[in-house]
Design a protein around this ligand. Structure first.
Ligand code: SF4
Length: 190
């Protein structure tokens, strides 16, 4: 599938009931050739209105998190498990995730990242392990089929509980060290 085909399929997708309320399908943003991909759970209100992932306060915090390790949203690829906003900002249902995960797989095939950062519990449970405990298992790398996965807190969780920020910043430093070790950090600065 090409990017154009993927975007067309996402925009016309009505597999879930939430497609009836959406203003925009939020596919992803950033560098489509990046070696690192950040994956959250689903668009929120601002993302749905603007058609862009991680905008609003959570997006501003994600920008700061990226900047703290010399990255930016132009250098990495950012998307979500779900491409449509669950109504009332609830967690995406298992059925919605199962319906939408195929689009993320296509994004993965087009980008071929070496490192995937799960932002929050929902993404980590979908991509790393169904029983993933974000408070206990964040900050450690897991290899699956030659790709490294790591999870840290979702920026929205950090806005709700500032005490988690120290751990999140440690995770970011871990990610930067691994990128240097994998020799993909300089590439990100191009
Ligand atoms: S969430 Fe995904 S699978 Fe469900 S309607 Fe939106 S694009 Fe389609």
């Amino acid at each position: 599938m090409t990017w154009d085909e993927l975007e067309e399929k996402c925009k016309n997708c009505t597999a879930c009931a939430i497609s009836r309320q959406r203003h925009n399908v939020v596919i992803g943003t950033g560098n489509k050739n990046s070696k690192i991909m950040f994956v959250g759970e689903a668009p929120g209100y601002h993302e749905d209105m603007q058609g862009e992932p991680f905008v609003g306060n959570a997006g501003a915090l994600l920008d700061k998190m990226l900047a703290s390790i010399g990255l930016s949203r132009q250098k990495v690829y950012i998307c979500n498990i779900l491409k449509c906003r669950p109504t009332d900002n609830r967690d995406p249902s298992y059925e919605e995730q199962a319906s939408c995960i195929g689009f993320l797989r296509e994004q993965y095939k087009l980008i071929r990242p070496m490192l995937i950062v799960c932002l929050g519990r929902i993404a980590a449970q979908a991509l790393i392990s169904p029983n993933f405990k974000i408070t206990r298992q964040r900050g450690s790398f897991v290899e699956k089929k030659g790709v490294l996965f790591i999870a840290t807190y979702h920026p929205s969780a950090l806005l709700r509980d500032e005490s988690k920020k120290k751990e999140a910043w440690e995770d970011l430093k871990t990610i930067k060290r691994k990128m240097i070790e994998m020799e993909i950090y300089d590439e990100q600065k191009l």
